[in-house]
Ligand binder design. Sequence first.
Ligand code: UD1
Length: 375
Amino acid sequence: MKLILVAGARPNFIKIAPICDELKQKKGIDYYIFHTGQHYDENMSKTFFDQLGIPEPDKNINAGSNSHAVQTAEIMIGFEKVLNDYKPDIVIVVGDVNSTLACALVAAKQNIPVAHVEAGLRSYNWRMPEEINRVLTDRLSQFLFTTCEDANENLKREGINPEKIYFVGNVMIDTLLKFKRIPMEHDILQDLNLNSKNYALLTMHRPVNVDSIDNLFDIIDALYEVQKQVKVVYPVHPRARKKIIEFGLEKKFEEMDNFTMIDPLCYLDFLHLMDNARFVLTDSGGIQEETTILGIPCITLREETERPITVTEGTNVVVGRDKNKILTEVSKILNGKGKTGRIPPKWDGMTAQRIVDILIQKQNLINKSKELMIL
Ligand code: UD1
């Protein structure tokens, strides 16, 4: 079986790593890693490949940043050439970024089966680019690998044939559980002068939060109060940094004495910071899941989540940008009343193995891709 594994943006690298580990061990599978180049800064891409032990991409088309249309189109053009040359039996895409949809669309048009890892998540907020990417990628896929039961239900409600849905668990958690065991070569807490459980970790990069000066201002207003109670560390995503500079808001951040902005971190340093934080404030998707596994309270700075299991089973609360709600949650946590939660089913470090086993079992069907395309 010949397969292509697609990755383009930072969270994708964390998701393909355990699938690569599994594929390396299997005989008879020839795999090709396609990097779209959606993320390209060394600390947004290369350090992840190095640290997570992902083989060098077979091809990186360096699509880079641009409007959604241009970025998606560039990736599609580049990927079509790769499909024509390599002729895979199946394409695996992960997550919900522009690279995911672009490659799924090109493969589907060539009648090549698509496997979507992390299928079925829904925020039901059609203004999020990721929601558009998720829904369309799922519609184009023949294998829908889900992280939770509610994703299965979402897909069935949309009329997806249940035979295409496989509840396998969460590949991001495979990576977390593997790397949590690896001892640190250096201590990021020491580098940043932090004490375990004595700081909050912030991540924020969603367009809804950082592309609007009013929304960003609301969050800064809340952060101003938070950092009076506990030190806050913020590894700044390049998109957010660009917007903060564009809006002239650097001063607002500098005025907060107990607030530290740093460059984006490598995987291991970030994991260590997350694991030792008193709590996490975030608008990311994956971090809501990672904090649930680590048992760290998570305050999500969004109006909704496509990962409700992190709220019903995990440590997550979704508060949006409302200062009062944010501060209420912070004070609950600081008073020892933060959520503890439990581990969702199949978030056990074995998900990539399940995915690869299913693909091998279904190899005959994949080879008869015409039948699969009708399913
Ligand atoms: C993308 C995903 C988002 C994901 C995030 C993870 C889409 C629509 N969005 O958002 O779902 O949560 O990745 O990080 O696919 N930039 C750099 N260097 C880089 C990459 C980006 O400076 O290596 C800057 C550029 O100014 C660029 C901006 O960040 O214009 C946005 O990058 P882009 O890939 O378009 O979206 P993200 O916000 O990173």
